[in-house]
Write a protein that binds this ligand. Structure first.
Ligand code: APR
Ligand code: PHB
Length: 390
């Protein structure tokens, strides 16, 4: 098979790029290791920057997001028993975020690909990119016992953190930066009314907690747990009790609990691989970088990669201008590192770290006191949370 752009990975990054390019008449094939059902069973985050929401509309995938997503103009930070609100709208010059689950967004992208008869090959095994430095790269894979090959102009590595793409860049070219946090998030989904119409990030001496939502009847809650904890050891009742302890009393008193419909523990990690281009292979999204979820940057940073790649591919195919492709890695990484800084700052400020000195503890407290006493501080938080410009 021949195509112009072969995309490895059918997560949000790969699907969004495929959809955007297809709309401009650029051919793509998406190779996904898993079945569609599997991809759509993964529960992921749910806060979209306005820039990401705009990309979804541009990809003609924004209708359900507009109908079912919620625009949020602010969120709360609970600390020392009180709630302070970050007014995103006021402090970001009128911007906001869209609360819409990544799982639903991925479903919309798959439906759009079907509608336009886009080629998405599921259960593709042993996917391998080849001849990355040549102008005729190709990808091999297997479906059942049948071996296949796709010849293309470019390969996009949008295959997540555990994918094959990043690993095909020679070790002497790739520099990896990593920070592993000494805790995880235990997350639950429950068919209950959210405790607050806006998100609450809670800093507490027992550990961080987050009250989020997918809709007015579907809540998503998280608590910080040690890495040694096992999800099976947490009953629903224990989870709700611990969450309540970490919230201000008046919030805890109104928390509606119920059976959880999903429960999992995710470790927190920061990771960046540089460069994001090797020959005709371009990395995007989780394949190149991971952030801890505290600042809701993960999917959104994948979104800026896709924006830069999309613009670069358009300029290349429509105007014969390859400057965007040449500059992709540098441009994407500049924004990636800003998101890394923001996620690290939010994570550090709001979580309990084992063995924190009293001095460091004081600094975290003053970070929040400063934030809510300073318009400049809140503007900085707001502009990062709604998304820095592309
Ligand atoms: N061959 C083909 N597909 C693969 C391979 C492989 N060797 N390895 C992984 N994949 C697929 C995975 O099954 C997955 O569906 O690539 C996809 C990658 O999707 P994600 O991990 O969701 O990554 P991405 O599309 O970049 O999404 C951005 O931001 O922080 C996050 O949670 C957030 O998942 C979100 C991400
Ligand atoms: C979520 O709703 O899953 C969520 C929201 C905000 C975050 C992280 C996760 O910062």
């Amino acid at each position: 098979m021949n195509t112009q752009v072969c995309i490895i990975g059918g997560g949000p990054s790969g699907l969004l790029l495929s959809q955007l390019l297809h709309l401009k008449g650029i051919e793509t094939v998406v190779l996904e290791r898993q079945s569609r059902e599997y991809v759509l069973s993964r529960i992921r985050a749910g806060v979209l920057e306005h820039g990401f929401a705009k990309l979804m509309r541009e990809a003609q995938c924004g209708d359900r997001m507009e109908r079912e997503g919620e625009i949020h103009d602010g969120f709360f930070i609970a600390h020392e028993g009180k709630m302070d609100r970050v007014d995103l709208h006021k402090y970001s010059g009128g911007n906001s975020v869209m609360v819409y689950g990544q799982t639903e967004l991925t479903r919309d992208l798959y439906e759009a690909r079907d509608r336009m008869k886009g080629i998405v090959i599921h259960n593709a095994e042993d996917v391998a990119p080849h001849d990355l430095k040549s102008d005729k790269p190709f990808v091999t894979y297997r479906v059942g016992s049948e071996s296949k090959r796709i010849d293309c102009d470019f390969i996009i590595g949008a295959d997540g953190f555990h994918g094959v793409s990043r690993k095909s860049i020679p070790a002497h070219v790739l520099k990896e930066y990593e920070k592993v946090y000494p805790f995880g998030w235990l997350g639950v989904l429950s068919r209950t009314k959210p405790v607050s119409p806006e998100l609450i990030y809670a800093k507490h001496e027992r550990g961080f907690a987050l009250c989020s939502l997918r809709s007015q009847i579907l809540s998503r809650y998280y608590i910080q747990v040690p890495l040694s904890d096992k999800v099976e050891e947490w009953s629903d009742e224990q989870f709700w009790d611990e969450l309540k302890r970490r919230l201000p009393a008046e919030v805890a008193a109104t928390l509606i609990t119920g059976p959880t419909i999903e429960k999992s523990i995710a470790p927190l990690r920061s990771f960046v691989a540089e460069p994001m281009r090797y020959g005709n292979l371009f990395l995007a999204g989780d394949a190149a970088h991971i952030v801890p979820p505290t600042g809701a940057r993960g999917l959104n940073t994948a979104g800026s990669d896709i924006h830069y790649l999309y613009q670069a591919m358009l300029a290349h195919y429509k105007n014969g201008d390859s400057t965007g492709l040449e500059q992709y890695s540098e441009k994407a990484l500049t924004r990636v590192w800003k998101a890394q800084r923001f996620a690290w700052w939010m994570t550090t400020m709001l979580h309990n770290f084992p063995d924190t000195s009293e001095y460091d503890q004081k600094l975290k407290e003053v970070d929040l006191t400063y934030l809510f006493s300073s318009e400049a501080g809140q503007s900085s938080l707001a502009e990062n949370y709604v998304g820095l410009p592309y």
